[in-house]
Ligand binder design. Structure first.
Ligand SMILES: [Zn+2]
Length: 485
């Protein structure tokens, strides 16, 4: 076993405790962002009847107590690819830690205007919108299932087979019965089980389907400037609470040609939730994105990758295809661990090393790949714009960096309910593909076949698809159990 693989596998196996830490950290961080920005959002609402795109109050507030980070631009630590982004600074890698000095945030370089027409064919003009806090669920808390909205969205599940799977606690160790049945449930968390309808890679070898999760956040603008300078496009998996908080950043992502996908309202483990709670998480996020952009994504990413056949079926019934991230040949997750830098359990240098391992492992795949990275945290954005993205751009053999939809070969119109003319995507009838496939190209074929079958009224069963090793799954449970003691 190559050392890089061993290291990556270690990251995977040491997951149970980390996951708990991650959940807690995410909640705390999101809460901090909410606290910092509440006044901005509230005041803009109270002083104007319409928070339309040209309202200046949406300019990002500087982080409280922020002090300017001295420009370095010549970092020579683990990654010798120091980047100078015009008008910004990139901290030395050694300073990208949980205790990093808060940087000033960068204002949006341009402001969207209501009525502006996006470049996607058939896309509606950007709407005017009004954010009234009382009309939305509490930030970063699971929305109530009693609302008229959720009850209305529940009707979208009618006529679909939603598997009657028990809820879990989100971990293998804490849910031993579900973990033992992970293959049958298609539970990604324990063993990486996927279905043919999941997107977990790009079809073409050496193609990176780039994505950033958990924003739009304070530091997303720095990432957007970098991507613009490099003429790169990405997919953004956005949290509904952040959309309500930073609507203009979402508009900037969308207008710049990035792909927008859904990532729930409060970032829970979805297998922990009841059907109604899952619908509430999806529904409010979908509504937030549609309110701000005028379009509704037809793709989603489950937080922590926590999906099983019940969550899948609900997602597909609501018109959203799940997108996760790649696992390599040894089940190692393509996770940069950038969130753990902000959380304090990994250094910036270690995160860059994890990314280097990902690229190394990617060269061994027959397909392209998808990596987990984040734009919510200052540290993760600095790692991306200062180090990892340039590593990928300068990698040998050369990589193609694309948003996930582009790498799948989907036309941009396929990404949103309002623009799609595709009658087989998102997949009709919410059927989870039972075709076993280990490559994205094979998966694409499988989906086409399913679409034809669904069109004739056939309904597939939820068959077991053990795409990854049961032995590793069992080992994860064991290790998780030990860590939980
Ligand atoms: Zn996330």
């Amino acid at each position: 076993m190559k050392p890089v693989i061993a290291l990556a596998t270690l990251f995977t196996l040491a997951s149970a405790t980390d996951w708990n830490a991650r959940r807690n950290f995410h909640a705390r961080f999101a809460k901090r962002q909410e606290t910092t920005t509440t006044s901005s959002v509230t005041s803009s609402v109270s002083t104007s009847t319409s928070v339309s795109s040209d309202v200046s109050s949406t300019t990002l507030p500087a982080t409280s107590g922020a002090s300017s980070v001295t420009a370095s631009g010549t970092t020579t630590a683990a990654a010798s690819v120091a980047t100078t982004l015009a008008g910004t600074s990139i901290p030395p890698l050694s300073e990208i830690t949980s205790g990093a000095i808060s940087e000033s945030t960068i204002p949006l370089s341009s402001t969207a205007t209501a009525g502006q027409v996006p470049s996607i064919s058939g896309a509606p003009a950007l709407p005017s919108y009004t954010i009234v806090s009382s009309e939305w669920p509490t930030m970063d808390q699971m929305p109530s299932t009693d609302s008229a909205e959720v009850q209305e969205w529940m009707t979208e599940l009618e006529g679909f087979d939603i598997p009657d799977l028990s809820t879990t606690d989100g971990t293998c160790a804490g849910s031993p019965e579900a973990a033992a049945d992970a293959a049958n449930r298609g539970w990604w968390t324990c063993g990486g089980y996927t279905r043919g309808t999941d997107i977990v890679a790009c079809p073409d070898k050496l193609t990176w389907g780039m994505s950033f999760d958990d924003g739009p956040g304070f530091y997303t603008t720095k990432l957007l400037d970098y991507l613009d300078e490099r003429d790169l496009k990405s997919t953004f998996f956005v949290v509904g609470s952040r959309v309500i908080q930073n609507p203009e950043i979402l508009r900037a992502e969308y207008l710049a040609g990035h792909e927008i996908s859904l990532h729930t309202w409060s970032h829970p483990d979805l297998t922990k939730l009841t059907n109604e709670q899952i619908v509430a998480e999806f529904g409010w996020t979908r509504k937030a994105i549609q309110t701000v952009l005028g379009v509704t994504p037809v793709t989603m990413r489950p937080p922590y990758g926590d999906i099983d056949d019940r969550v899948r079926a609900i997602s597909l019934a609501m018109g959203m295809v799940p997108i996760i991230w790649t696992r390599g040949k040894n089940n190692e997750q393509f996770d940069t661990n950038d969130w753990r830098v902000a959380g304090g359990t990994v250094t910036g240098t270690e995160s860059v090393e994890a990314f280097e391992n990902i690229l190394s492992n990617a060269t061994e795949l027959d397909t392209g790949f998808i990596v987990l990275q984040h734009d919510l945290y200052q540290q993760s954005v600095d790692l991306a714009v200062g180090y990892t993205l340039d590593l990928a751009l300068n990698f040998t053999p050369s990589l193609t960096l694309e948003p996930i939809g582009v790498c799948q070969g989907w036309p941009a119109t396929d990404l949103y309910l309002e623009t799609t003319t595709n009658t087989t995507f998102p997949y009709p009838d919410s059927v989870i593909s039972t075709n076993v496939s280990t490559t994205a190209s094979a998966r694409a074929t499988a989906v086409t076949a399913d679409g034809a079958a669904q069109g004739s009224g056939a309904r597939a069963n939820f068959a077991s698809l053990p795409t990854l090793g049961a032995m590793l799954a069992g080992l994860s449970v064991l290790v998780g159990g030990l860590l939980m003691v």
